[in-house]
Design a protein around this ligand. Structure first.
Ligand SMILES: Cc1cc2nc3c(=O)[nH]c(=O)nc-3n(C[C@H](O)[C@H](O)[C@H](O)COP(=O)(O)OP(=O)(O)OC[C@H]3O[C@@H](n4cnc5c(N)ncnc54)[C@H](O)[C@@H]3O)c2cc1C
Length: 503
């Protein structure tokens, strides 16, 4: 049978699912994507309220530079087309109660100068950090889109880089952000390093992130998340893909050690030669497949690996501009006058992300802002046992956030035109992600090896079944979701003895 007659069912129309569909169509497969929500993009999403757009995803898109070696995935999937990127000078700002602020400049030379001036006593960890970013900037991974000799040259260079920096790479893999920040003597610097990224994360991830940001290869796409998700959907449909919304998959049908199709929650059965799940990993393995195809290695992450926490995500539409606040990739935090219980945790600082660099997010003269806090889904589950109590808590939370923002932005209370609160339950309901996690597995010293050796995308004892997306790509993110889909389709082409096509 030629690949042209073969069919693939894909569960989920997030970035991974739609990308699997795109690469499937580019290689002559009949692809059908089943998505439980009514929109494309999964976690890469946004919603509109009274003229404001509240974006729940994109801060930076690795590979935004057309000359970079990741940009090809955005070209192949239609996301690069006509997209404009913004490159802020600041990544993050940690404000202290003493009037000082630690500013994470996206330019590494400016960052070095600022951090050294900020706390000369912390020269050693500062330089360790800066040198780490410089070292990681040297890695230039080859892609299969490049001409053979360019690829070969890059492969050789990467090999040498690993030989030269392998020990350092390993050292940083084994250090978490939390461990690293304990090396600073200045308390505000320590605070700043503890909040720029998830504290349990291995430092290697932070280095790669800063390296891409410094190279101006991780820009913010004007318009935010939803236009990117729509572009992906459009590319898939243009290629003749089939896409079914409001179709939740309940089971993966198996027979004789092979996946043969899916059953939707309404009982409809659909069959195909292959099934790919680009949906939540836990639901796929433990619900759709009843936990039947698990060996110790497949089970391990679900039992032992830490995940990105769930989010309490508060959005506000504010009738004012924030021209005095420098644009920033991720925003700023400021100290609260006194500790306050927000949701399930006591907090003494508040982060805020101000979209003053994207005019499409708010009507003229106004601004969308968001506050993103970690929160435990169990707390919200308990509250939701009584819907009124849950809704009341959301309302109270919005009012509380506005009153706290007043401490930093006097007068804001009267300028807030709309508030919106998404809880971990909201994320779980709309995307199916386990415990409301917003990006899957953290990269920690325990699993940093997956940066070099990807997680398996198949299951022991089950043929014709595959997985892609953030649950098989520790660290999560949009580029890795696309790349895992691309790698998978390449594998499927190999199984069928056909040449992988990307045009
Ligand atoms: C606040 C926030 C900020 C982020 N910032 C960035 C950033 O700056 N840069 C970056 O690269 N990444 C960022 N991410 C991460 C990125 O959004 C995710 O890692 C990525 O979107 C995951 O894509 P995915 O396709 O693997 O999974 P998902 O987006 O979770 O897609 C899975 C899809 O499967 C569907 N589904 C689930 N179960 C079923 C079922 N039973 N039947 C049918 N359909 C089902 C879901 O509805 C969903 O559409 C951020 C995420 C969040 C939430």
């Amino acid at each position: 049978m030629s690949s042209h007659e073969k069919s693939i069912i894909i569960i989920g129309a997030g970035f991974a699912g739609l990308a699997a569909g795109i690469y499937g169509r580019l290689n002559g497969y009949r692809t059908r994507v089943f998505e439980m929500h009514s929109l494309p993009g999964g976690l890469c999403t946004a919603w509109k309220r009274k003229g404001y757009t509240f974006d729940a995803c994109i801060h930076w898109l690795v590979g935004s530079d057309p000359k970079s070696n990741y940009n090809y995935i955005w070209q192949e999937t239609g996301i690069a087309k006509g997209r404009e990127f913004v490159y802020s000078d600041e990544y993050w700002r940690t404000e202290g109660s003493d009037g000082r602020a630690v500013i994470f400049n996206t330019d590494i030379n400016k960052l070095e100068k600022h951090l050294l001036e900020f706390s000369p006593a912390d020269r050693e960890p500062v330089m360790d950090f800066i040198n780490g970013i410089r070292m990681f900037s040297k890695f230039d991974f080859p892609s299969d889109r490049e001409p053979f000799f360019t690829r070969l040259r890059k492969q050789v260079r990467t090999l040498f880089a690993f030989m030269k920096y392998g020990k350092e790479f390993k050292r940083w893999s084994d250090i978490t952000g939390e461990q690293f920040c304990s090396r600073f003597s200045d308390p505000l610097l320590r605070q700043a390093f503890s909040e720029i990224w998830v504290p349990e994360f291995s430092m290697v991830f932070l280095f790669f992130a800063f390296a891409y940001i410094n190279q101006r290869n991780a820009g913010y796409p004007v318009g935010g998340s939803m236009p990117m998700s729509q572009a992906l959907e459009e590319r898939y449909m243009e290629l003749g893909g089939e896409l079914y919304y409001n179709k939740k998959v309940a089971r993966i049908i198996t027979s004789g050690g092979k996946a043969t199709g899916i059953r939707l929650v309404d009982g409809t059965e659909v069959h195909a030669d292959r099934v790919i799940s680009a949906a939540d990993g836990h639901a796929t393995l433990f619900d759709m497949l009843d936990g039947k195809y698990l060996d110790a290695a497949t089970r391990e992450p679900y039992e032992k690996w830490p995940m990105f926490h769930a989010l309490l995500f508060v959005s506000l539409g504010v009738n004012r501009k924030f021209d005095e606040i420098p644009t920033s990739v991720s925003g700023l935090t400021f100290p609260l006058k006194e500790p306050v219980m927000i949701g399930d945790k006591i907090r003494d600082r508040l982060p805020v992300h101000i979209y003053n660099y994207d005019p499409t997010m708010a009507p003229e003269g106004k601004t969308a802002i968001t506050v993103m806090l970690d929160s435990d889904i169990e707390y919200w589950k308990k509250l939701s046992e009584d819907r009124n109590v849950y809704l009341q808590k959301k309302e109270e939370t919005a009012a509380l956030i506005v009153s706290l923002l007043e401490q930093r932005f006097p007068g804001i209370t009267d300028q807030v035109e709309v508030t919106d609160v998404a809880t971990p339950l909201t994320f779980e309901r709309y995307t199916g992600n386990w415990k409301g996690s917003f990006e899957g597995w953290l990269i920690t010293p325990q699993n940093a090896y997956t940066l070099m050796k990807p997680m398996p995308q198949t299951l022991p004892g089950l043929k014709n079944f595959y997985m892609c997306g953030q649950w098989v790509e520790p660290g999560g993110g949009l580029p890795t979701s696309i790349m895992s889909a691309r790698r998978l389709m390449k594998q499927i082409c190999r199984e069928d003895g056909t040449r992988f096509n990307t045009h």
